[in-house]
Design a protein around this ligand. Structure first.
Ligand SMILES: [Fe+2]
Length: 394
């Protein structure tokens, strides 16, 4: 949903007869918000409706996940490196935090498999914590590399393929939508010169997906569909993702966080200056290595704050995390609305005079309170909220 894109062959006009080798092709309209939102038109060799069976599928911790029953209000620290998972990108997925607008989880696959997923609950934004490979999607092949964001629009069939070291992902599921903020577009839909990225920074599928028996197996071809946090597996008699062509605005894209162009000021700017994507009642922000505030006497470390309407999570990717002690790469901190938070003791003073930060982190601010799941509880540092206390001799 960055600009119009097209792949393969198309008829001159939508909704008109279109043939391949004398066979009438099936046009398929992939529409959002009924028929009012962005859409794409796809041309199938085999209609995607030839399912021969439907089965249930349960992946505990993902579909369904288990909310933590009792969650006292305090700051949280989740250590995702402690999350030991195996299996393909479905089996190795866990939801850690959620509200009615947003689910946040981790995906740590140890293997690839032929099955596809279509998430009917929302748009997904993957962040590639480690690894490389490709997303194979209905709209074509989208390679990924370390520190990419990969956006998968709601109900897009896709699978994750990798060779070599297994990748690791953080994943946001936006129940309404995930897109670039509308403030970054002009009235023609073009990304403005004030935005922290340009059209050229977004990568889109460059080739259609072709059936390959070694990757995709034999019929029946399984598609897992997620709806209301339940999975159903639809078995197709024909490989349904080899298209003749498509065009439109709904399709996956990738954006590498290192292409984000950060803004800094004379004195510290609020963290949402680093907004990268927006959803319904939440934003996703990118903190990348950058020069810091440059006025004489400026304090580059974030001020303590009570953002009284929003919960805040930070995913620490790499670099020197100046504001927090005990946080490491792969950590997720949750600082909920209702109580103040800020830098750990000592870090505020130590930041004065520094000229650069090497931190690489993904932040998400959301209006509705985030709840933990039992999977999150298993990787939680229990006393994190007490670590701001300065004791004598320490
Ligand atoms: Fe904060």
């Amino acid at each position: 949903m960055i600009h119009r894109h097209a792949l393969g062959r198309l008829p001159a006009k939508p909704h008109t007869a279109f043939y391949e080798d004398g066979k009438l092709l099936m046009e398929h309209a992939h529409t959002r918000e009924g028929f009012d939102g962005p859409f794409s038109l796809l041309y199938y060799r085999t209609p995607p409706t030839d399912e021969s069976a439907v089965e249930g599928l349960t992946i505990p911790g993902f579909c369904p996940f288990e909310p933590l029953a009792d969650q006292p209000l305090h700051r949280r620290h989740l250590k995702t490196p402690d999350l030991a998972l195996t299996g393909d990108f479905l089996e190795a997925r866990r939801t850690l935090l959620f509200n009615s607008d947003l689910h946040i989880g981790m995906v740590k696959p140890s293997a690839t498999s032929p099955r596809f997923l279509a998430n009917g609950d929302g748009d997904e934004m993957y962040f590639v914590y480690r690894g490389a490979g490709r997303f194979e999607t209905l709209f074509g092949v989208l390679p990924f590399r370390e520190h990419d964001y990969v956006h998968i629009p709601r109900a897009t069939p896709y699978r994750i393929h990798f060779e070599g070291d297994p990748p690791e992902f953080m994943v946001f599921e936006g129940r309404g939508f995930i897109d670039i903020p509308k403030e970054y577009r002009n009235r023609s839909g073009q990304i403005t010169m004030y935005a922290p990225f340009t059209h050229r920074d977004f990568r889109v599928p460059e080739s259609l997906l072709l059936y390959d028996q070694s990757c995709h197996g034999m019929a029946p071809f399984p598609l897992a569909v997620k709806r209301e946090d339940r999975l159903s597996v639809h078995l197709h008699e024909h490989f349904p993702y080899e298209l003749v062509g498509w065009d439109g605005f709904a399709y996956p894209f990738a954006f590498n966080i290192h292409d984000y162009q950060p803004k800094t000021g004379l004195v510290h700017l609020p963290p949402t200056i680093h907004t990268n994507f927006a959803g319904n009642e939440f934003v996703i922000c990118s903190f990348v290595p950058r020069k810091v505030d440059y006025a004489k006497g400026a304090i580059p470390c974030p001020y303590g704050h009570a953002s009284v309407h929003m919960d805040e999570i930070l995913f620490y990717v790499e670099g020197n995390f100046t504001s927090r002690k005990g946080i490491d790469t792969g950590s997720i901190s949750l600082h909920p609305a209702g109580i103040p938070h800020g830098p750990h003791p000592g870090t505020y003073q130590a930041s004065i005079g520094t000229e650069r930060t090497s931190e690489l982190a993904v932040m998400c601010d959301c209006y509705k309170p985030l709840r933990l799941t039992t999977a999150a509880r298993q990787i939680e540092q229990q006393d994190y909220h007490l670590t701001w206390v300065e004791r004598e001799g320490k």
